[in-house]
Design a protein around this ligand. Structure first.
Ligand code: GA4
Length: 335
């Protein structure tokens, strides 16, 4: 049966957003780089999470065949006829989505698959056996690398035991998500004159936002598009690297570190010639997990908590009712 995804009513204009002239950005070679096999990895991770909430990881140990196999399967899926892709729709909460992001009227030039990373992809059409096994293998290897990173972080922050963060992702009840985004090349100006949407600026593939979870791990093909916002609000373009992973601190980790780590604001712009394919593992805790600053990080009780305690379920419910660009932690800050 073909199930068509029903878009939510737009709350603003239905036109695709694009960047204004003032939103200039630079291709940045200053992105923190962490060699996971180097002895200084943990101190570099801490510094990167404090200054950027973002870093690139090399020597990660994930075999490249896992991401090339998955990329080939995903490209095959996105090249299917729309009516076939729609059989995996709508993305509420999991499935195929196109243009509509979330359920509150956000749109972007993106089509995607959104899946639970902990459900063994049972919700995916059973005909897609090879695709499913490629996802399973990829997610399992990436989850294990992510746990190594979280253990280095815990060590660097002197958190005991060192699996305090990683065990949340390994828990059977962990609420982690896996997403594959496909950004088709953005056609030239002529094609869009009718829609009056094209300025000189670049088109938004995925609008600016922070990730609600603990940590996000992204791998993309070599097409640029990802941009991150620095502390001063400047946007910089992250040079793509298909052999590396890019790590984002999420809102939950910002809270657990009482604001020492920053949840990085990021977005994706489309490319005029090449399509971008990215795969992101969002590591989340079990729904019942209480999220609050870790006591050992509150300077032996001298530092006060910046956030009210909440469960991941409460945060997620509030996040899924927000617009993409909202500051979701605002409601949970102590005044
Ligand atoms: C951003 C990070 C992940 O992609 C995601 C997104 C989710 C969705 O696409 O359904 C959200 C967005 C994300 C945060 C605010 C809400 C929910 C879209 C949206 C407008 C899967 C997630 O966990 O939060």
């Amino acid at each position: 049966m073909v199930v068509l995804s029903k878009p939510p009513p737009p709350t603003t204009t239905d036109h695709f957003p694009c960047l204004g002239e003032a939103d200039t950005n630079v291709l940045c070679s200053q992105i923190p780089l962490v060699d996971l096999s180097a002895p200084e990895a943990k101190s570099l991770i801490i510094k990167a999470c404090e200054d950027f909430g973002f870093f690139k990881v090399v020597n990660h140990g994930v075999p490249s065949c896992l991401f090339s196999d998955l990329e080939a399967e995903a490209s095959g899926f996105f090249s299917l006829h729309p009516s076939l892709k729609e059989t995996a729709a709508p993305p509420s909460p999991f499935g195929y989505g196109n243009k509509w992001i979330g359920r509150n009227g956000d749109i972007g030039r993106v089509e995607y698959l959104l899946l639970s990373a902990d459900s063994h992809f049972q919700n995916f059409p059973s005909t897609a056996g090879k695709f499913c096994s490629a996802m399973k293998e990829y997610v399992s290897a990436v989850r294990s690398m992510t746990c190594d990173i979280l253990e280095l972080m815990a060590d660097g922050l002197k958190i005991q035991p060192k699996d305090m963060l990683s065990k949340l992702l390994m828990d059977e009840q962990s609420d982690s998500v896996f997403r594959i985004n496909h950004y088709p090349p953005c056609p030239d100006k002529q094609s869009y004159d009718d829609e009056e949407e094209e300025e000189e600026g670049q088109m938004i593939g995925f609008g600016e936002h922070t990730d609600p979870q603990i940590i996000s791990v992204l791998r993309s093909n070599n097409t640029p598009g990802l941009q991150i916002s620095l502390k001063d609000g400047t946007w910089i373009t992250v040079p793509p690297d298909q052999d590396s992973f890019f790590i984002n601190v999420g809102d939950s980790l910002q809270v657990m570190t009482n604001g020492k780590f920053r949840s990085v604001r990021h977005r994706v712009v489309t490319n005029r010639r090449k399509s971008r394919l990215s795969m992101i593992y969002f590591g989340g805790p079990p729904l019942s997990e209480k999220i609050a600053p870790l006591p050992s990080l509150l300077m032996k009780g001298k530092e006060s908590s910046l956030y009210k305690e909440f469960t991941w379920f409460e945060y997620k419910r509030s996040a899924y009712n927000s617009r993409l660009a909202d500051n979701r932690l605002e409601n949970f800050q102590r005044v």
